[in-house]
Design a protein around this ligand. Structure first.
Ligand SMILES: Cc1ncc(COP(=O)(O)O)c(C=O)c1O
Length: 485
């Protein structure tokens, strides 16, 4: 493709994206396709001759779009907000267009230095002190794995330089809760802790936050057994119910026991742009590492996960590689981000954050986050004020966990009823929410926070919920009557 052909196709593509975003509300939220149907619409062999760009766009529209669950849709209330602000999309396009290679400072000095600056901007915007230095990882999962690898090496006096964990006699233990994201367990397993050494600390039955008393007891017990308490992962906004572990108390325990504390704020980190929310992660300054995803609620397009540490030298000691072909004369003066994580080659991710912060601006982002908090609070009040409805967990941010609990249904019937009404909404394509288990029973998470979701959308969701609930009750009634006959 020549530069001129690119220019022409690029204009067409941008127009196509702008139209797509403008018309998104007309589409079903959940992809209305069966497994394998997208694949079956694609040729089984690669094209031998070039495809015309117009034809390419047509295929994008006809084959790809139907296979997308529209997480940018204002009626998307599932999982978590995965906003992709158009300002950040432009930054992502710029990053692709520049075609940079981030393997060393020398391979793209701007890549490293824009990243240093935007990570520091984000540090300031979230009220973190100057002790924190950051980088951008692809995801919070990678950031957590990286943190746990460093924790493991610190606790084992750098066992990687000897026989690794395999040669160690003591067991290295990791602490989190059942509420923590599945990536924490996965990272623990990948970092070599072993399932037997993962501890799930009891949580408060109401707030679902880690109990510091239980944490202390587990650590003492492990020490008595000759184990080495190595790392704690505290959730600042857990996935299911947005629980906030008490970081200040946990940090005290971590410091007393020389245990690494990683704060996983993947979803809720965005809230820390709001000074009024920062009490929720009080004590974070005493952690060892923090990660959170601007690619969620804040809206910098995937993938963009911030990872902060206060002792980069430890991270570098564990992650550093220094092959001769990557050396340059300025190495002692510059940051080599390949030593801050697992990959060697890195994308110019900082551009999307830079564009997002510069073109939209922090104040507009803060206003939107406050709108979502307000919508969640109003929605929760509406649910609570309605007979037979429960808000099951305190609403800390923008996720509301709800259940319709009509009298006379046993647990099994209630589970069936919950899944029936939520699935019928999801299947209809009118809105999307995530059913999830809480204390062994189904409930529904309503996660508010798509960029285009207004209060009117939340109100229409509530109307939709009430309709589908009534419909399921009627269906059940019909079934019962038929059974009696
Ligand atoms: C609390 C929490 N931690 C970690 C993750 C994993 O994030 P990522 O997809 O960036 O790995 C999520 C994703 O939903 C999350 O909610």
């Amino acid at each position: 493709m020549t530069a001129d052909e690119f220019r022409q196709a690029g204009h067409q593509l941008i127009d196509w994206i702008a139209d797509y975003r403008a018309n998104l509300e007309q589409m079903p939220v959940r992809a209305q396709v069966d497994p394998g149907s997208t694949r079956s619409r694609l040729a089984g062999t690669p094209p031998e001759s070039p495809v015309d760009f117009g034809e390419m766009l047509q295929q994008l529209q006809q084959v790809v779009v139907p296979g997308i669950t529209q997480v940018q849709h204002p009626m998307h209330f599932g999982w978590f907000p995965s906003n992709a602000s158009l300002a950040s999309v432009l930054g992502d396009i710029a990053s692709s267009g520049l075609g940079t290679l981030g393997i060393s400072w020398e391979s793209c000095p701007a890549l490293t230095e824009v990243e240093e600056v935007v990570c520091d901007w984000m540090r300031q915007l979230t009220g973190l002190s100057q002790q924190w230095e950051g980088c951008i990882q692809d995801t919070a999962s990678t950031a957590c794995l990286t943190a746990l690898l460093v924790a493991r090496e610190q606790a084992s006096d750098f066992s990687q330089n000897r026989g690794g964990l395999q040669a160690e006699k003591a067991a290295y233990t990791l602490y989190s809760t059942e509420e923590a994201h599945s990536s924490i367990t996965k990272s623990g397993l990948l970092a070599g802790f072993g399932k037997d050494n993962l501890r799930f600390v009891e949580v408060d039955p109401v707030t679902r936050a880690m109990s510091t008393t239980a944490l202390q007891a587990l650590i003492e017990d492990d020490i008595r057994k000759g184990h080495i308490p190595t790392a704690i992962v505290a959730s600042a906004g857990s996935t299911g119910v947005t629980a906030f572990d008490p970081i200040a108390g946990i940090a005290e325990i971590a410091q007393r026991n020389n245990t690494w504390l990683h704060v996983d704020a993947a979803m809720a980190g965005s809230a820390m742009l709001l000074p009024e929310c920062r009490h929720l992660w009080e004590g974070v300054e005493n952690a060892d590492s923090i990660s959170w995803n601007p690619h969620k609620w804040m809206g910098t397009i995937l993938d963009c996960s911030l990872f902060y540490v206060n002792k980069p030298e430890l991270l570098i000691r564990v992650m550093s590689t220094n092959p001769s072909y990557l050396r340059s004369t300025v190495d002692s003066e510059v940051t080599q981000y390949r030593d801050w994580g697992i990959p060697l080659g890195r994308r110019f991710r900082a551009l999307k954050l830079w564009f997002h912060l510069s073109l939209d601006g922090p104040e507009a982002i803060r206003t939107r986050l406050r709108r979502d908090l307000d919508n969640a609070r109003r929605f929760a009040e509406q649910v609570e004020a309605t007979t037979d409805w429960q808000v099951l967990v305190p609403v800390n941010l923008q996720t509301v966990c709800i259940r319709h609990e009509p009298a006379g249904m046993d647990t099994e019937a209630l589970d069936k009823h919950t899944l029936a009404w939520v699935n019928s909404i999801n299947q209809s394509g009118m809105a999307f929410m995530s059913p999830s288990r809480l204390d062994g029973r189904w409930m529904v998470r309503v996660s508010i926070g798509v960029e285009s979701t207004t209060w009117e959308h939340v109100e229409s969701l509530w109307r939709l919920i009430l309709q589908h609930v009534a419909q399921d009750l009627e269906n059940n009634q019909g079934a019962l009557t038929r059974l009696k006959k």
